[in-house]
Design a protein around this ligand. Structure first.
Ligand code: FMN
Length: 401
């Protein structure tokens, strides 16, 4: 694989040489891009000798000492030809620029032009690491699906002891290989995802709904797209930007969601039902707005169709993933639901944790009986984990046949 290795201006820049060597050892060809600050710490020659390639040191021809740019739009070419971008050390400055889309040198411009997986290995002084600005930038970058290889704790060059040491290059190389393995592993799949709440009208202006934000479903759609799948996203009303490349079908009610899902089911190879579909609806919706009066308004609600159970009946070879948001007996409830609805995986989360937040703590219950607890992480990271386990599950289900 062509791997672009971005080197930022930190003391740990010298350790990036070891990373370049490891990546070469794993069979990758490595294009090193150094920031101007990085060149204050290590000379490009070190990387050129290790990788056997010219090192890119600037965006404009004059900035490249050895005339390393082959064309004026080299940053776009490198972005297109690289399978993965790894940045080590990722300085606080680079994290901020990536998070905010600032493109003022080769590496930051190339980052914006790059559409593949990104692995970031930060290294900095502990206070810089803990700073709210840095942590917020990291949240943004994790939310984009980038893998952050956490720095280690220990004595730092500045004399402090704490978090901020660049992770061991072997750990960074391992993260690169994991990310590469994920890149096209959903190619040929069509993932049908439902997301968000539904709204069930009570009259022309009122409705009942729930607190679902749609973030988990949208993260699943984004992860599937990044891994090469075609994605059909059936979404209830949410305030989110759909991931580029997803085919978006907007619905409001449970009945509309059911119709859309059943219509598109034949195309799908994987169905992920992350939507929080209303359980009850008002069958006879008055055509006029109900006027406010002193009298009590009693509503009799009917159950909505159980889309997940219906899918379980007709799913065939497709992988079916359901979600359970519970307030108690999480795993037992998830197990019961998995069996009752004939799902392959049930993602269980606590109501109070799940709704609206950018991160979550989830438990996966698999058809094989396995229960996997995933520690708190961004919904986008969890989405990738869900697909990792789902693909493994498919292999073990096939092997068991
Ligand atoms: C001796 C020295 C060591 C530094 N080490 C780090 C570091 O480990 N991490 C970091 O984020 N910034 C570090 N900096 C600050 C960066 O070099 C500075 O923010 C620079 O603008 C980063 O540029 P770049 O992000 O384009 O590489 C260091 C600066 C000096 C002078």
């Amino acid at each position: 694989m062509n791997v672009a290795l971005g080197v930022g201006g930190g003391i740990a820049a010298y350790k990036a040489a070891e990373l370049a060597r490891l990546l070469m050892e794993h069979g990758h060809s490595v294009q090193v891009v150094m920031t101007r600050a990085a060149q204050e710490f290590v000379r490009p020659l070190t990387f050129a000798a290790l990788t056997g390639r010219k090192v890119i040191t600037g965006l404009f021809p004059g900035e490249n000492a050895a005339d390393t740019l082959d064309s004026a739009t080299e940053h776009i070419r490198v972005a297109q030809e690289s399978a993965l971008l790894v940045v080590a050390p990722a300085t606080a400055d680079l994290l901020a620029k990536f998070a905010h889309g600032i493109a003022d040198d080769f590496l930051t411009t190339m980052y914006l032009a790059f559409t593949g997986p990104v692995v970031l290995a930060p290294a900095m002084n502990s206070n810089m690491w803990r700073h709210e600005a840095t942590q917020r930038n990291l949240d943004t970058l994790r939310g984009r699906g980038h893998i952050v290889v956490e720095p280690e704790e220990g004595p730092l060059a500045c004399g402090m002891v704490g978090p901020g040491r660049l992770a061991d290059p072997a750990r960074i190389a391992e993260a690169v290989n994991t990310a590469i393995a994920r890149t096209r592993d959903l190619e040929g799949e069509c993932v049908l995802v439902t997301a968000g709440p539904t709204q069930e009208p009570l009259d022309p202006v009122r409705f009942i709904s729930n607190r679902s934000s749609g973030k988990m479903g949208y993260a699943i759609a984004a992860a599937a797209l990044a891994r090469g799948a075609r994605v059909i996203l059936v979404s209830g009303p949410v305030h989110l930007t759909p991931p580029a490349g997803a085919e978006l079908i907007r619905v409001e009610t449970a009945a509309e969601m059911r119709r859309a899902v059943l219509e598109r089911l034949p195309e799908a190879t994987i169905v992920v039902k992350a939507a929080a579909v209303a359980d009850y609806y008002l069958a006879q919706v008055p055509s006029q707005k109900r006027k406010k009066s002193a009298a009590r308004w009693s509503l009799e609600l009917d159950p909505t169709p159980d889309i997940l159970a219906e899918l379980g009946q007709i799913k065939g070879d497709r992988l079916l993933v359901g979600f359970a948001a519970e307030t108690e007996n999480l795993v037992a409830e998830a197990r019961r639901k998995l069996q009752a609805k004939n799902c392959d995986m049930l993602v269980a989360n606590r109501v109070e944790e799940a709704f609206g937040a950018d991160d979550n703590e989830i438990t996966l219950v698999l058809r094989t009986g396995e229960v996997i607890e995933l520690p708190r992480a961004s919904k986008r990271e969890l989405a990738d984990k869900i697909f990792d386990y789902l693909l493994q599950l498919r292999l073990s289900l096939h092997a068991a046949r």
